[in-house]
Design a protein around this ligand. Structure first.
Ligand SMILES: C[S@@+](CC[C@H](N)C(=O)[O-])C[C@H]1O[C@@H](n2cnc3c(N)ncnc32)[C@H](O)[C@@H]1O
Length: 230
């Protein structure tokens, strides 16, 4: 049987992965190794919505999973709120950067260096699943895997918070163009309608708003080209 013969859905997903194979952990390693470049999220500030959600009581301390945690700026905020947190990222360099902060404080963060699709997690484990900027870098054919992952690991009544590109934030490619190139561009921008189409079959959307654009002097991160959805 030829190696690339497709029999199962997993075979199909694995083959499609190879079309966009350049956007794996190594691509992110290169980005995270340039710490001095002005990448907006290379800051030591939590998302503005995260601070606002804890302040308003929309989020409460609990067992938390962060998908695509990068250098851990939001994971550290969850830990500060007494959350027990598993923070996953497939960039080795990002995780190494994140762990550099550990000796400076007493945060208990369980960093996991792996793809979110390799996680073997028990169902209904987390009170909160948080994603700031990971979903919009997932290939279109992985949306179903992503949804299944979040829907499985979250406890009934738990909170899934997504921060992702609006159309102005993304690279403007359609799903078809992504595979024709093949290239994910700078990430996928979603309209509010598209987010509803993806997430409403499995989740209730209580809130979908623009992130508040924050000033440089503020202690929180915010860019108006991002959606905040909960
Ligand atoms: C735009 S960055 C955001 C980082 C961090 N959440 C922040 O806001 O500072 C996206 C992150 O998702 C990670 N990522 C993307 N796809 C992933 C996957 N399939 N599994 C694990 N991490 C992934 C990247 O390595 C990167 O750190």
């Amino acid at each position: 049987m030829p190696d690339d013969m497709i029999v199962t859905t997993d075979d199909l997903l694995a083959m499609l992965d190879t079309f966009l194979a350049d956007r794996q952990g190594q691509w992110w390693d290169t980005l995270f190794s340039r710490r001095n470049t002005p990448i907006p999220f290379f800051v030591e500030k939590p998302d503005e919505n995260l601070v606002q959600m804890f302040a308003s009581g929309a989020l409460r301390s609990g067992k938390t999973l962060e998908l695509g945690c990068g250098h851990g700026r939001n994971a550290r905020y969850f830990a500060d709120q007494d959350c027990e947190i598993d923070a996953v990222d497939f960039s080795r360099v990002a995780i190494e950067w994140a762990t550099e902060f550990a000796p400076l404080n007493s945060h208990k963060i369980n960093y996991i260096h792996d793809s979110i699709y390799n996680l073997i997690l028990k169902a209904a484990t987390y009170d909160i699943v948080y994603d700031s900027g990971c979903f919009h870098h997932q290939a279109p054919h992985r949306r179903g895997s992503y949804l299944d992952l979040v829907a499985t690991v979250i406890k009934p009544g738990g909170s899934f918070v997504l921060v992702c590109f609006s159309p102005e934030g993304g690279g403007g490619l359609t799903d078809r163009q992504i595979y024709e190139k093949p290239w994910l561009g700078s990430g996928i921008g979603y309209s509010e309608e598209q987010l509803s189409k993806i997430f409403l079959p499995k989740f209730v959307i209580n809130e979908c708003r623009r992130m508040r654009e924050t000033g440089q002097a503020e202690p929180v991160f915010g860019k108006a080209f991002l959606w905040v959805s909960r």
